[in-house]
Ligand binder design. Sequence first.
Ligand SMILES: [Zn+2]
Length: 435
Amino acid sequence: MSTGQGYSITTYRFRLQCGHPEWLMRTQELYDRIVKFYYDLLLAHEELWEQNSQETLRSLEFLSLPGKEKRRPQTPFPWEDVPPYFRRAAINGGIAAAKSYLSRKRAVDHSDESTREGLYTDPINNSSDAGPDKKPHFVPRAELPAAEINSAAVYYSRMYRDFSPEHITLRVWDGEKWNWLGCRLSGREFPPEARVLSPSVVSEGSFLMLHVPVREPVEDTAPVKKRMREGGNICGVQFTNGDAFAAASICDAEGNETAVKFFNGGVEYSHHCRKVLEKISRSMDALGDFPEGPANRKYWMHLKHLREHYAHQVSREIVRFCEQNRASIIVLPKYNNDYVWKVMKGSGNWSPLHLSFRIRSYLRYKAWQSGIIVIESYAGGASTVCARCGQPLAERDGKAKEFVCRMGHRGNWYLNTARNLAVNCRKQFRERELG
Ligand SMILES: [Zn+2]
């Protein structure tokens, strides 16, 4: 990307209350059916698969609608009186679902027998929602098209009006006709420069939420190279599974460390999660309910909120630390999928290390909003040599997370990795510039 104005998109969540929540449900059901109709239609027309989304939308409309010329379409759209903007949002939903299916199918088709055994969907994305039904799952050998698709109905312009952080009026289907439904909202204000994009209604447990993507301009998008040349500081971050969610080290233009910090709260986080998990297990015993049964819904929501809260807090603190120390680049360790999978399994769903996947994704957009670039670098070597002398680590005390190198330097193992990430990033750039 060239220097200049960029943007970031953040989803704002509002609690939504209205007199007819059932209308929102009916609207969602209708939306789901239309999405599925176009999903199936696209999968049935292989000649459209290579088209871009805009062309696909036009082709699907051509196949299903009479158009101005009042043609008889090949596969007529089976519903009457559906507002065009509602239909269009659903077509785009169907296209997105079909394209995602096709790319997963291609991945499965192309992988050889041995990797097929262990192929799993992206654990980072799969960990995005609490609840037993959202665990990372294996892609079946022969991926089949979805029997039903549930994606939150998106309200394009003309499907809503009078929109503010306190209120929105939505155009909804009550089962017989379309109505305007006034809804109260509670959530935070939109930033002044932001552009508000099409909202969607999402049910989260017993609550209805309005999710609103908000596009904000980002002033500083100078690429990494320029940052380096200008001598901006680099912040290396390593995630841990102890009381510190992460350790960070700032490296200046000369390669010297100017600040370090541990972002604590991991023990507290695991403790809170454990308490809620105990409640789930007690309620299972008392009610004979399944862990994922309705009685436990509120606990799963609680876990989800805990996760959100800590991930937001830690990512915010890391960005603040970078701002205070004039770091314009954050380097995170990059791992291969096998490693990620092992760590996810080994550390448990509610561990600080597991939360690091979410912290990373929040860090990415929060940093971006503050004009800080996040890059990833393979961590392999960074965790096995001493950041002071480059000698291999001679001893590692797993419990205390301490190391001793061959030269006798001691220190925190995670902080050592964070230091290496920052220093290596600086070094690699210099070598590339000289070479
Ligand atoms: Zn050393």
